[in-house]
Design a protein around this ligand. Structure first.
Ligand SMILES: [Zn+2]
Length: 361
């Protein structure tokens, strides 16, 4: 370059700049095609180009020192050439810089802006599941009657699930088709009665408790069955407890749940862990006994099973059945829930369809 005349040097700088500036010229009128990130990168490139062509160490700055080498009669013209070239470069770079700056600022404002006139998004608040609502009502009734609430484990050993409940080895409930076995000797509990055993071991007697919770049975889901469902189990053991206490307790419970006029009836039945055993029904809360769709025109609704604690259950826990006696009862929470809300299909309670669950606030 130094071999060239000063004028030729300035011309070659202009040429080189024009080549470098070409890629900016493409978007100078409308940088929006670049997008924000690319525009920011181009902004840095413009700064770089400015330093390269107009900085103190630039070729153009060097040409200013050549004025002395130019013939005196050409000096003025050369000085003007350098100045004009410099002005042209500055103008081009300023234009590119301004165009990018305006676009970047607008784009940032657009991205960050919030339309304060738009309505807010309402946070969706959850609420309790219908089974939870019913379980809490049940708990309130029994707590008021002086019962403690017990929680239990959902995987049980054969001892708690069967042996301690007087369920013999050959009982059908122990069969594979009824119980979910996990590993040998362990199964998902098939009834909440297991909690009775734990409670008596831990608290000793006398005891008054209820145990609401999940139980599992191998059932194919249909409108009235589900392999997982909720039960509540009640137990009262003390000196001198009789069948009259059982009947009185169950009758009081249904009155508090379904109204003071509700009538209870007991039907003889069989359970391995109670003797004698009875199933209990209550007068239909809808038709008050005259017959309707809910009670299948019988006027009665089956609610659960009950009985006097089998002496073998007490013996398995080291409690003397001559000294202590007690009663136990159990009922299905989901079944009761389906009845009370007139659900045709119990599976609705487990499908977690929010449109359905929202109706129970
Ligand atoms: Zn009815």
């Amino acid at each position: 370059m130094t071999d060239l005349s000063p004028q030729a040097q300035v011309e070659s700088i202009t040429k080189a700049f024009e080549q470098d500036f070409e890629r900016f010229a493409r978007f100078i009128d409308d940088p929006s095609a670049l997008g924000l990130e690319a525009a920011i990168a181009q902004q840095h490139a413009v700064v770089e180009l400015r330093t390269r062509y107009l900085g103190k160490k630039s070729a153009l700055a060097a040409t200013k020192k050549l004025i002395g080498r130019v013939a005196p009669e050409e000096r003025a013209a050369f000085g003007q050439l350098v100045q004009a070239t410099e002005a042209k470069l500055i103008q081009s770079l300023d234009q590119a810089e301004q165009s990018l700056k305006t676009y970047i600022e607008n784009e940032r404002t657009a991205r960050e802006s919030i339309d304060v006139t738009l309505p807010g998004r309402r946070p969706r608040s959850g609420h309790r599941h219908p089974i939870t609502l019913l379980r809490e009502r049940l708990e309130d009734v029994f707590v008021a009657l002086g019962y403690a609430i017990e929680d239990g484990r959902e995987i049980e050993t054969d001892f708690y699930n069967f042996d301690a409940l007087n369920i013999p080895l050959n009982h059908p409930a122990r069969a594979w088709q009824d119980t979910f076995y996990t590993t040998k000797g362990f199964a998902l509990r098939s009834q909440t009665s297991t909690v009775q055993i734990h409670a008596m071991q831990r608290r000793g007697v006398p005891v008054r408790m209820i145990a609401p919770g999940r139980v599992f049975r191998r059932d194919t889901p249909d409108p009235t069955h589900n392999p997982m469902f909720f039960q509540v189990e009640g137990l009262c053991v003390d000196r001198g407890i009789t069948l009259a206490h059982l009947k009185g307790t169950v009758a009081e419970f249904v009155r508090r749940m379904f109204g003071p006029d509700t009538v209870t009836r007991f039907r003889p039945s069989y359970f391995p862990f109670t003797e004698p055993s009875a199933e209990f029904d209550f007068s239909c809360f809808k038709c008050k006994g005259s017959g309707c769709r809910i009670c299948k025109n019988s006027g009665w609704i089956e609610l659960g099973g009950s009985g006097m604690v089998h002496p073998n259950v007490l013996r398995a826990l080291g409690i003397d059945p001559q000294e202590y006696s007690g009663f136990a009862f159990g009922l299905g929470i989901d079944r009761m829930c389906a009845l009370m809300y007139e659900l045709d299909d119990i599976r609705l309670l487990f499908e977690n369809d929010v449109r359905f669950l929202e109706k129970f606030e």
